[in-house]
Design a protein around this ligand. Structure first.
Ligand SMILES: Cc1cc2nc3c(=O)[nH]c(=O)nc-3n(C[C@H](O)[C@H](O)[C@H](O)COP(=O)(O)OP(=O)(O)OC[C@H]3O[C@@H](n4cnc5c(N)ncnc54)[C@H](O)[C@@H]3O)c2cc1C
Length: 353
């Protein structure tokens, strides 16, 4: 729904930048249409406390918005949207065994990866080109090509949305899991991450165990690549297989890779001996969600204006003008058919609002 210029004009209220009726279409990588009744641009931790103490906004429910790259908007957002725009990156400490880098929640994740490499601080290169903000990275413990945020995490600061109190949490308190953390569980929607500190181990060691990186080593003959070379490889691999949200709206992988018991895995192999599965240390197995979806014939298919990406069945795309409801309808149809064929209930990765 278009917003009239008058309705979206920013108004400064007690140092807070508040917008009414703001369009969120450009604030989510799916490009889904939705408006925010109230949007506050958060540029410091003090802004979060101002919101908490604000006579009107303090009482309102809140929704924290980063880059909108893990989001499916199905309707206008009535909650007060806190759009995270806290900037700043610095090298906080150089220890014998690690560099500690600190960044504001609104910094783009990929911009941080680039900044670190430009300052000879390697360690994040495997996670290059993941869209979104630094503040959202701990929420689902982002990861790619053999490295997860938890492997490079030192601590974070967050502000409680009820009390306005600032807390500092270490890795154990964040309870990181596969695409999971305390911010998706007990603290979901209750705490705003304002600053993240990363621990980049010294001496740096390349992480090359991932199949597509092993292929790059074999193709190029470079057995000891630099962090910059790994960064370039990861960017090239990602560009070849994932749609650029600036061109085709999407939220990356739409479903988590399901983890099943050994018994369940045997049952699924009985249904299809080709099923892609990886053993985990605890005896369980991780299944490739993209393979399950592809096996059900979904690659390239559409429902309405929402579709399954032709090159990667795990990615749902906006084929142009799709609504959030169409994306959800498609996701449910995929869940039903994967459940019907393999008995596995796929769990969506993005947050549905
Ligand atoms: C093309 C593409 C590729 C992707 N590839 C990967 C990948 O390889 N690995 C991976 O892990 N993910 C991947 N993603 C998913 C996405 O990039 C990550 O989940 C990212 O961390 C989301 O960041 P965001 O700022 O866009 O968060 P948003 O989508 O804005 O928000 C996501 C959730 O985090 C909450 N949140 C946001 N900021 C804060 C904050 N400061 N404090 C508290 N809560 C907050 C929101 O309320 C919401 O619940 C991909 C997405 C796309 C579009």
């Amino acid at each position: 729904m278009p917003t009239s210029p008058a309705a979206s004009a920013p108004s400064v209220s007690v140092d807070l930048l508040i917008e009414r009726g703001a369009s969120l279409r450009a604030c989510n990588t799916f490009g889904l249409p939705a408006n925010a009744h109230t949007l506050v641009r958060v540029r410091s931790a003090a802004d979060v406390r101002r919101v908490v103490n604000h006579p009107e906004l303090g009482r309102a429910p809140k929704f924290i918005l980063g880059g909108g790259s893990n989001l499916v908007l199905t309707q206008d957002v009535q909650a007060c949207v806190l759009k995270m725009e806290i900037e700043g990156i610095r090298l906080l400490d150089t220890r014998d065994d690690a560099w500690i880098v600190e960044a504001g929640a609104g910094v783009g994740w990929h911009a941080l990866v680039q900044w670190c490499l430009d300052h000879d601080l390697p360690g994040l290169e495997n996670m290059a080109l993941i869209p979104g903000t630094v503040g959202a990275a701990p929420v689902q413990n982002i990861g790619a090509y053999g490295v997860e945020l938890k492997d490079r995490f030192e601590s974070l600061d967050a502000v409680d949305l009820i009390t306005g109190r600032m807390v500092t949490l270490d890795a154990a308190q964040c309870r990181f899991g596969y695409r999971d953390s305390v911010f998706k569980q007990a603290l979901a929607g209750k705490s705003v991450i304002t600053t993240v500190r990363l621990r980049l181990p010294r001496p740096w060691q390349a992480v090359l165990g991932y199949l597509e990186l092993e292929r790059k080593v074999a193709e190029t003959g470079i057995t000891e690549p630099t962090a910059r070379q790994i960064f370039d490889w990861v960017c090239a691999i990602r560009r070849a297989k994932l749609p650029d949200p600036a061109v085709i709206g999407n939220a990356g992988s739409f479903f988590k890779n399901p983890v099943v018991t050994a018994e369940q895995c045997r049952d699924i192999i009985g249904r299809d001996p080709h099923v892609v599965h990886y053993p985990l240390e605890d005896g369980s197995f991780k299944l490739a969600a993209g393979w399950l979806i592809d096996a059900c014939g979904w690659k390239g298919k559409s429902i309405g204006r929402a579709g399954v990406y032709d090159k990667q069945a795990l990615v749902l795309v906006n084929r142009g003008g799709a609504s959030g409801a169409e994306v959800v309808t498609l996701a449910r149809a995929i869940q039903e058919s994967v459940y019907g064929r393999f008995g596995i209930r796929l769990e969506p990765e993005p947050v549905v609002v």
